[in-house]
Ligand binder design. Structure first.
Ligand code: FMN
Length: 339
């Protein structure tokens, strides 16, 4: 057993979470990860034509109907994410009104933007919820700690999907965060897809890891089979960082990703955002819809460099139990080298 601040905080067996992967559904995945002894996390799902608030509530209800284990959810709080303020309020209300949600919905992770408003609101209105925020750099981790959050998710540039302009690797960021905040709960994310990486994270001071791409390629995840099938042959060289509507995004190379263009600087992006039209946002949203339906040429395939480590579909339960068992062995072997 690996016991950490996170396994204790959420009363879970394994120090492993599923990373949020909006705009897609990770509802079945959340149930599977939580049932298996990790912490499953619902995504901020806003595929074209769906109401993100209604969808989040449906997802909450689905999870508590299918497991009695703890779980979490994500809200993206970027400048352009217009549904975020309402989601912050509604989630607090749902949790307060339903005793099962109060018991099971224990983790909220916000990403992009700043966490202060959500943190203050939830602390007041929904004190049972533990609020973490994603930090892609140490100066942003400081803002998370100062905002009164309960923990940090440090995500480096090798990760899949939504990323930041900071371009700092998870390895360096984790060391910085652990040194700066040794007593603060820290989840390491981005680049994890093996028992070795779990062992490294725990040895380096993280309290848990969160994985995205590895869980896409799990038997229980609801990602399209074509999405899963392009992950297995891919190597770590096959992803590219591009500029999405909401900032940098790591995609698997395909026709769309290569035509979409290289990442812009933060200044260029801010300039572009000021001219961003509804049509442009809808065009990006269409690319998510295409991959959701299995079009691996024209859809946006969000994936991390970890594609190079993933060769087959696995059951969620096997991922969690094998990764932890192997990581424990690796940590014990490493200990035996100390004389
Ligand atoms: C398909 C996909 C969608 C993602 N969507 C979100 C999102 O909605 N919110 C968020 O905070 N991060 C999002 N991310 C980033 C993940 O939460 C996580 O940081 C990343 O998957 C970690 O890297 P890994 O894929 O190598 O495990 C997404 C990642 C992927 C692969």
């Amino acid at each position: 057993m690996i016991k950490t601040k996170i396994t204790e905080m959420f009363d879970i067996k394994y120090p492993i979470l599923s990373a949020p992967m909006g705009p897609f559904y990770t509802t079945e995945l959340t149930v599977a990860v939580s049932e298996a002894g990790g912490l499953g996390v619902l995504s901020h799902t806003n595929l074209l034509g769906r109401d993100p608030i209604k969808t989040m509530k449906e997802n909450f209800d689905y999870v508590i109907e299918h497991t009695d284990k703890p779980f979490g959810f994500n809200i993206r709080t970027a400048r352009l994410q217009i549904d975020a303020p309402a989601l912050i309020k509604k989630t607090a209300r749902w949790i307060n009104e339903d005793p099962r949600l109060r018991e099971q919905c224990v983790y909220a992770v916000t990403s992009a933007g700043t966490p202060r408003k959500a943190s203050e609101y939830w602390k007041k209105k929904c004190p049972t919820l533990k609020h973490f925020h994603v930090s892609p750099a140490l100066y942003l981790a400081k803002k998370v700690v100062d905002s009164g959050c309960d923990g940090l998710v440090v995500t480096g540039i090798e990760g899949g999907g939504h990323q930041s302009y900071e371009e700092i690797s998870t390895l360096v960021l984790l060391q910085e965060a652990v040194r700066a905040y040794p007593d603060f709960p820290i989840i390491a994310c981005g680049g994890f897809a093996s028992p070795e990486s779990l062992a490294m994270a725990i040895a380096g001071g993280a309290d848990a890891i969160a994985m995205g791409t590895r869980f896409i390629a799990s038997e229980e995840s609801e990602f399209h089979k074509n999405y899963k099938s392009v992950i297995y042959p891919a190597t770590a060289r096959d992803t590219i960082l591009t500029t999405g509507s909401f900032g940098p995004i790591r995609l698997l190379k395909n026709k769309y990703a290569l035509e979409h263009g290289k990442i812009l600087s933060k200044e260029e992006k801010k300039d572009q955002e000021s001219q961003l039209t509804m049509e442009k946002i809808q065009e990006d949203m269409k690319r998510y819809e295409l991959i959701y339906k299995g079009d691996t040429e024209n859809g946006a395939i969000l994936a991390g460099q970890t594609v190079g480590l993933i060769n087959e579909e696995k059951k969620v339960d096997d991922i969690l139990s094998n990764f932890t068992k192997e990581a424990e062995k690796l940590l014990k072997d490493a200990m035996s080298k100390i004389q």
